[in-house]
Design a protein. Structure first.
Length: 177
């Protein structure tokens, strides 16, 4: 939508029994975090429902719930990425990433609805711990990773994409592109 492609067809997908997967693909035009994507998706769906209702149309769909949109960003996102059975849920045998969110921050305190607070109120400042493949990558809100290497890889990938000499995959994997 922010890139000029029109409104996302969220309600059409839901009406067609397709569960959308949420992700971040272009941080040049949208925030690079799933909290913002969840808020955008639920807001677009709610606006679509309200527009239909105000227009006097029948068969107005139910409003998307915050629980639905969290599924779109987790398990349904994994399915959309072709990772069903690999990741996307907390189950034995799955490669689940785990976020521990802070619920004591001013942006959401006091919490009346924990699921709603994640979608409507939280942002990256609420992320306290991140575990990927059983390894802590963020501890008490501090990233535990080689940030300089990540910046170097991102800068090199951008350069390769801009001058057409390689792909992001080649740059990120350390290959020659």
């Amino acid at each position: 939508m922010a890139g000029g492609s029109g409104s996302p067809p969220i309600q059409h997908l839901i009406d067609s029994d397709v569960r959308p997967g949420l992700a971040v693909d272009d941080v040049r035009v949208t925030p690079g975090d799933l909290f913002a994507q969840m808020r955008a998706a639920i807001s677009m769906q709610h606006a679509t429902v309200f527009d239909r209702k105000l227009a006097g149309k029948g068969g107005v769909p139910k409003l998307m719930t915050t629980r639905n949109v969290i599924r779109f960003a987790t398990s349904d996102g994994a399915i959309a990425a072709g990772l069903r059975g690999v990741t996307g849920s907390l189950e034995a045998g799955m490669q689940a990433d785990v976020l521990v969110l802070r619920a004591d921050r001013p942006n959401i305190f006091p919490i009346n609805d924990p699921i709603g607070a994640v979608v409507w109120g939280m942002d990256t400042s609420n992320v306290d711990w991140v575990f990927v493949g059983g390894r802590a990558l963020m501890r008490k809100g501090v990233l535990d990773a080689d940030v300089q290497r990540a910046r170097s890889l991102a800068t090199e990938a951008r350069r390769r994409m801009a001058d057409g000499t390689g792909s992001i995959v080649g740059a990120a994997s350390g290959g020659t592109g």
